[in-house]
Write a protein that binds this ligand. Structure first.
Ligand SMILES: *Cc1c(COP(=O)(O)O)cnc(C)c1O
Length: 370
């Protein structure tokens, strides 16, 4: 018999997944009320182009980009961006910091046959590694937040001559404060902290990154049209994409950006994710059966919290019980294979709902197997 968690211990919204993640009801209402002028209309006409323009402007405002930085958009999500980067951003060789699945996936793309084998710097899941300047490396890449493990890494430029600092911000963007001038490319898909849907990638890019993109595109290297960053630069400047973008994704993202900016922008968002994640880390530290997976408190992500349980507890069955009670997607990253829960504390998630989650967890732990 599944445990029934009393209603007064349940969060108002039970979505704690790390992606796709909670979409706020207000975004869905905005989609219903103003989506009709967008959905089902041509992406080559003003309403959709204006929407793309609004998203680009709001992203520029959110990241406080300096003069010369541009916001790019393309189809295919962050996974497509990795291949686009292998074709059009890495000149000869990248250095990839790998401390989880997503960093590893970019490293795999960077192993394309026309490039020199990437310099892969691995760290055990739950820890992280830092960039080191190596002769001949022209892209230094790592995730701002490794979603598979809950480890965050600082965005700090690698001061190697002519090299680009390229940051995967898929789950960090809009939830962790940072200085965009420390990166040449800060790319992400919007279905995580930005509470939208999948299918698109965005990137804030520096003048040096644009110059690199233009140079490789002119070099004669074979680049498929769909994965061409030069094409993305040209189209983005016109608030366009090569082929049809996901209009719902754009609409949900636009309203989410307005909400974050209206509340105070990145500093506000970062304060909120810090509040929520601290609730969970404190809960795990105080628990007799749980501990934060990321041992070094400085490396702990404010947007993705991973909690290990000791052998006496079956975390998978806790996640199952939570799911049966409407608290969903607290399972760990599937390939990590730990006795763990993973909880998103993205900006859309109410800190009070995170507090309720800890009460629900306490209830399940007290009653599981009783
Ligand atoms: C989810 C995620 C991705 C993959 O994003 P897609 O849009 O599904 O391709 C890449 N990097 C990180 C850090 C992620 O969290």
């Amino acid at each position: 018999m599944a445990i029934e968690i009393p209603g007064d211990l349940l969060p108002a919204d039970g979505r704690f997944g790390c992606g796709p993640s909670k979409v706020r009801p207000a975004q869905l209402e905005a989609l219903l009320s103003s989506g009709a002028t967008i959905l089902g209309t041509s992406h080559r006409q003003a309403p959709v182009k204006n929407l793309v323009g609004s998203v680009r402007e709001q992203l520029a405002a959110l990241f406080r980009v300096p003069e010369g930085y541009e916001i790019l958009v393309g189809n295919g999500g962050s996974t497509a961006f990795w291949d686009a980067a292998a074709f059009g951003l890495i000149e000869h060789r990248s250095q990839n910091l790998v401390f989880g699945e997503f960093g590893g996936k970019f490293a795999a793309s960077a192993g394309a046959p026309w490039l020199d084998a990437p310099d892969v710097r691995k760290a055990e899941p739950g820890s992280r590694t830092a960039a080191e300047i190596v002769e001949g490396v022209d892209v230094y890449a790592w995730p701002h937040n490794e979603t598979s493990t809950g480890v965050a890494a600082p965005v700090e430029r690698v001061h190697a001559d002519g090299a680009l600092t390229v940051i995967d911000a898929t789950s960090a963007a809009g939830g962790i404060d940072f200085d965009v001038t420390q990166a040449d490319v800060y790319y992400f898909a919007p279905q995580k902290n930005l509470g939208s849907d999948g299918g698109l990638w965005f990137a804030a890019v520096s003048p040096a990154a644009i110059e690199r993109i233009e140079r490789i595109a002119a070099s004669g290297r074979y680049i498929p049209e769909f994965l061409s960053l030069k094409n993305a630069v040209d189209n983005s400047r016109l608030n366009q994409t090569l082929n049809t973008p996901a209009l719902t994704t754009l609409h949900l993202l636009d309203s989410q950006l307005s909400w974050i900016l209206g509340n105070g922008g990145l500093a506000w968002a970062a304060g909120r994710t810090a509040e929520s994640s601290t609730v969970l880390y404190d809960w795990a530290e105080a628990s007799a059966v749980a501990t934060p997976f990321v041992a070094d408190a400085d490396h702990r992500s404010p947007v993705v919290v991973t909690i290990d349980f000791d052998e006496s507890i079956d975390a998978a069955s806790i996640a199952k019980t939570l799911r049966a009670n409407g608290i969903v997607d607290t399972e760990p990253y599937r390939k990590l294979g730990r006795n763990q829960l993973r909880v998103a504390t993205f900006v859309s998630i109410e800190p009070d709902d995170v507090r309720q989650l800890t009460r629900a967890l306490d209830y399940v732990l007290e009653n599981q197997g009783a």
